[in-house]
Design a protein around this ligand. Structure first.
Ligand code: ADP
Ligand code: MG
Ligand code: ZN
Length: 489
């Protein structure tokens, strides 16, 4: 958006997020939930919508959605119903989707988000349960239905438990929308209910966007960009829509309420269809399912079993003195974070340990294409390594080599340091002797220092380091040389 537009217009954004739950079986049948199975191999009469097949709700999925709702601080309702949302599409064999309408399972929550510029609270209107559709594969040049030669249908995804998280229209910029999307992803992952992989479709966004003149109370007409499948696209599609709507309005036109499609390749949104209203879906209560009742005991058990949420972990790490970047990296990688927690609990220094983990360790795991839990590194290693550095047994540089050895499975840090001959000389007598002999060889430099010119110190330290094979503590050596120079004046 141009700076001028920014002054006059304010964006209003609400996001609907779909998350596929990784339960063992589908929402209303016993078929397995699996990604990447050969087409139409995980199907049965229920998820194919064959006549007479009856749905049975999956308790683990209900548990999953309640955990998500609880993580947003939602009210978990005691009485909830399933509805039929009726529409025709080839990937929907029943011609209706079992969903929830006016009685969702979770309502009135919120989530805190942070961008570089702002932090804000975004309301969560509702979290409801539904089932996923099958997948159409449009065979042809663009992969879109309009230019397809023919289309193929895969019903493996049909009936996979799908949770929809609907936000209030509280988001005010494309950057905030991105921060919102990634926080939702983090929360869902921390709960262990979904891997929330945008690139695999287990998490997807619909973004509702409108603009209004700054100061206006009333919302403008919104458009909805459907099926956005990356955080970058979410930000890009919203930024594009805001600019487009402002241009339309400034040109005296009006925004048409419609569904639009984001084209990743061209970076524009294009009209798909006029927006449907809820009346169009002829919602009615699902006659094949009884209402859902969530009793107090279940609700309490869910709330009590929530793990530490990403925002809480982030604040805890910040309070330990970690910077935003390190705290964020440890929150985003659960295995890295728990290794950090274990090491700190066992006495490791938080800042130094975080730097090692997010620096050398992450570099190593990326290079090797493994997770940190697949390396040999343990909390004990981190504690011993930290102690060796603070006690002067290892230089900062040598510590990196030792860590590389530990990651490669060479053993405990002390053993690796000995094996690789990296231990600093801690025997002061040995260092003093090396300093003595270097000073004796460079009488001229000693004289200069005695005359008050300290420039040769660096050179002399270098000589001592060479004489000791790099294993003297350079700080100690420098101090020794300086004190020798001043004691002889
Ligand atoms: P629908 O079911 O038709 O998609 P909802 O009323 O459930 O509509 O709202 C869907 C999303 O649109 C919500 O996230 C909501 O916050 C958002 N929203 C509603 N009105 C606006 C608006 N004028 N501008 C931007 N977002 C909006
Ligand atoms: Mg919608
Ligand atoms: Zn099935």
């Amino acid at each position: 958006m141009t700076d001028e537009a920014r002054v006059d217009w304010e964006a209003v954004i609400g996001i609907e997020t779909h998350v596929e739950l990784q339960t063992a079986s589908k929402m209303f049948c016993g078929c397995p939930v699996s990604f990447g199975a050969p087409p139409n191999t995980t199907v049965c009469p229920v998820c194919l919508g064959l006549p007479g097949a009856l749905p049975v709700p999956n308790e683990a999925a209900i548990e999953g959605i309640l955990r998500i709702g609880a993580a947003f601080g939602c009210e978990l309702v005691s009485y909830s119903e399933f509805h039929r949302k009726n529409y025709f599409y080839p990937d929907l064999p029943k011609n209706y989707q079992i969903s929830q309408y006016d009685l969702p399972l979770c309502v009135n929550g919120s989530v805190e988000i942070e961008t570089d510029e702002s932090s804000s609270t975004i309301g969560i209107t509702r979290v409801h349960m539904e089932e996923d559709t099958g997948k159409s594969l449009h065979v042809g040049e663009g992969g879109r239905i309009a230019d397809a030669d023919h289309s193929l249908l895969d019903f493996n995804r049909s009936g996979v438990p799908l949770v929809e998280i609907v936000s209030e229209p509280d988001i005010r910029s494309a950057a905030e929308a991105r921060a919102y999307g990634s926080e939702i992803q983090r929360i869902v992952r921390s709960l262990g209910v979904s891997d929330a992989r945008l690139e695999e479709g287990s998490m997807r966004f619909d973004a509702n966007i409108s603009v209004r003149r700054r100061g206006d109370e009333e919302f403008g007409t919104r458009t909805e960009v459907k099926n956005v499948n990356s955080l970058r696209s979410l930000q890009g599609a919203i930024a594009f829509e805001i600019e487009r709507q402002v241009r339309v309005l400034e040109g005296g036109g009006s925004v048409v309420q419609e569904t639009r499609h984001w084209n990743e390749a061209t970076g524009v949104t294009a009209s798909m269809r006029s927006k449907e209203e809820s009346e169009d879906y002829r919602y009615f209560q699902e006659p094949d399912l009884v209402p859902l009742e969530v009793d107090d005991a279940w609700r309490e058990r869910i709330v009590a079993s929530l793990p530490e949420l990403p925002s809480a972990r982030r604040s805890r790490y910040r309070a330990l003195g970690l910077d935003m970047i390190n705290a964020g990296l440890l929150v985003d990688d659960a295995a890295l974070g728990s290794l950090f927690d274990d090491a700190v609990a066992a006495g490791a220094d938080p800042a130094a340990t975080a730097n090692r983990l997010t620096g050398e360790v992450v570099a190593y795991t990326r290079r090797e294409g493994v997770g940190v839990s697949e390396t040999a590194l343990t909390a004990d290693h981190l504690v011993e390594l930290g102690t060796m550095v603070t006690e002067g047994d290892l230089s900062a540089t040598a510590a990196k080599d030792v860590l590389a050895g530990v990651l490669a499975g060479e053993g405990m840090p002390r053993a690796v340091a000995e094996q690789r001959d990296l231990l600093q000389i801690s025997d002061l007598g040995v260092i003093e002797a090396a300093v003595e002999s270097v000073l004796a060889e460079h009488a001229e430099a000693v004289e200069r220092m005695q005359g008050g010119d300290m420039k040769p110190v660096g050179f002399l330290v270098g000589q001592v380091m060479r004489a000791t094979g790099g294993k003297a503590d350079p700080k100690a050596v420098s101090e020794l040389i300086r004190s020798r120079a001043s004691s002889e004046t």
